[in-house]
Design a protein around this ligand. Sequence first.
Ligand code: SAH
Length: 333
Amino acid sequence: MNLDKQQIIQLLQDKEQQDALFKKADSVRHQYVGDEVHLRGLIEFSNICRNNCLYCGIRRGNSKVVRYHMTENELIDTARKAANIGFKTIVMQSGEDMYYTQDKMCRIIEAIKKFDVAITLSIGERTYDEYKAFREAGADRYLMRIETTDKDLYHKLDPEMSWQHRYDCLMMIKQLGYELGSGIMVGLPEQTVESIADDLLFLQEIGIDMAGIGPFIPHPQTPLANEAGGTLDLALRTMAVMRLMMPDINIPATTAMESLHPKGRIMALQAGANVVMPNVTEGEYRKLYELYPGKICVNDTPVHCRSCIGMKIEAIGRTIGKGYGAHKKSTNN
Ligand code: SAH
């Protein structure tokens, strides 16, 4: 559905009509991507980061974080176990940790590819040559949120980073033939609904295959500790409008949504989402990868998370996707 900026703003603001919006998004989801929910096993393999984003719990300047990175073998083993319990996609996410050189990442990707899984990388900004090498080693998808398209806000939230550079990275990733995932946070300080509408139009314009919407949740050990943060309702409305605008893309029910409400992900699955990314990180690492406070399931195991979310999905009459769950472009949108 083509919505103009005014229509998007209207839908984002209308709390009274949000149930109708969620129903509509749910029916568009059913029509375009069906009832399967695709599960992606998320490995949080390093909380070491060279960046200092004001909102993020693992920012370089947070000296209270106990830092870790998995070894190459630990990471490969975690992926093997996730494949063994049935995950068909492995998402490897981390801070921008340069311990993982191009060669090391390529070896890891090649090893994990042998487990018959699709591989998504979410490791931030790298060079064209690195993106190219990762792709050639077997990485299928890349996930990197633009966070906001308001460039001034972006630069306020990280004075050291460049919005244009992040955008250029997304374009390189797309050009190299990855499936492109992006997304935004909602409820950032000074962010307006007009700006969120621009974000949605941007995501539509660049032709993403997947996009995640997460409420911003202030972390107490960051400069934004005292900010209000985003609400689940606004995050869900943003996600539902995105489903109307981009009917066939993959949309995750995000972990941050569930951190604000115990049924956040199920609510999202009934308002346009068709993907869930259960955590398959093991042991202490789960707690230490703390982007925001109140993160769910930090004391659980991968097997537990897989069966728990599986039951919840089936309880709302949906099925677990059996394939890799790639973006299937529709011809009639
Ligand atoms: N280094 C990678 C991964 C970043 S962490 C990259 O740059 O892409 C993954 C996502 O968590 C971020 O893109 C951001 O949207 C989200 N995030 C970070 N801090 C957050 C917070 N305080 N509240 C909610 N989401 C947050």
